[in-house]
Design a protein around this ligand. Structure first.
Ligand code: 6GU
Length: 242
């Protein structure tokens, strides 16, 4: 996969692309990340990429010409372009999977008070990473890159992605490691039992309980599998669930 980031601040990405799982994926060549400095497409002597908003108001707005020239310089037949924007559709794991299938992603990051609204129609999609305000799209684009790159084949251990929170619509079960007794706080006995069928069932129960308690919104819209329905029935019988 290739990812092209259009930004005024490429230096923000350095450590992110050289650390941990993402650093290894880049090193292995699973993804190639390149940057386009939007300011390189400004034509005036001061290399202005922004100007005051028509109609008045605070801050600066990024101009059509440098942004669209930068976008046109990297678009190809196979590219899919996203604008980081609080007006976008809220990002989630399903979108991460969808994007991980693309050949070439273009991530457009605005800064200041945003981009001239006439730019919107030139990208395939607007995405937001949540209901809060950021100073620019760069952090949002890193969130998208992180969640997409880790799904690329060869990036993380096969199978470890499937059991995670959001992958099956439920939150992940609790995980524990050594020691089995931390200052009197003990790991659940079942995990030390070696009974893998029972452990699997316990984990499913925990996923169900955690999701119901912490994310009732996800719980309400979850489509339970046959295995999950069986566990649900048993939990109700045992009074773990009403
Ligand atoms: Cl994608 N961009 C900006 N500037 N702010 C945001 C956002 C994106 N998602 C949430 N807030």
């Amino acid at each position: 996969m290739r990812i092209t980031v259009l930004t005024l601040f490429p230096e923000m990405y350095h450590d992110f692309l050289h650390t941990s799982i993402i650093g290894r994926a880049v090193e292995r060549g699973l993804v190639t990340v390149d940057f386009v400095q939007i300011r390189d497409f400004a034509h005036d002597n001061y290399r202005h990429v922004d100007d005051r908003p028509f109609g008045g108001g605070r801050g600066q707005v990024m101009k059509c010409q440098p942004v669209l020239d930068a976008l046109n310089s990297v678009e190809t037949e196979n590219s899919y372009s996203l604008m980081m924007s609080p007006l976008g559709t809220v990002y989630n794991q399903a979108k991460a999977h969808e994007l991980s299938e693309k050949d070439h992603l273009i991530l457009l990051c605005g800064h200041y008070e945003g981009l001239d609204a006439r730019i919107n129609k030139h990208v395939d999609e607007l995405v937001s990473i949540g209901d809060y305000v950021l100073t620019g799209g760069e952090m949002a684009s890193m969130v998208i890159m992180d969640s997409v790159i880790r799904l690329l084949k060869g990036s993380i251990t096969e199978g470890s992605a499937e059991e995670e929170s959001y992958e099956n619509g439920l939150l992940e079960y609790p995980q524990y490691t050594q020691p089995a007794d931390y200052e009197g706080d003990k790991v659940p006995d079942i995990l030390l039992s070696g009974n893998h069928a029972r452990i699997r069932e316990w984990r499913l129960e925990q996923s169900i309980l955690t999701t119901k308690e912490r994310r009732p919104d996800l719980y309400e819209k979850h489509n339970f599998t046959e295995e999950e329905k069986k566990v649900l029935k048993k939990m109700k019988k045992e009074g773990l669930l009403d």
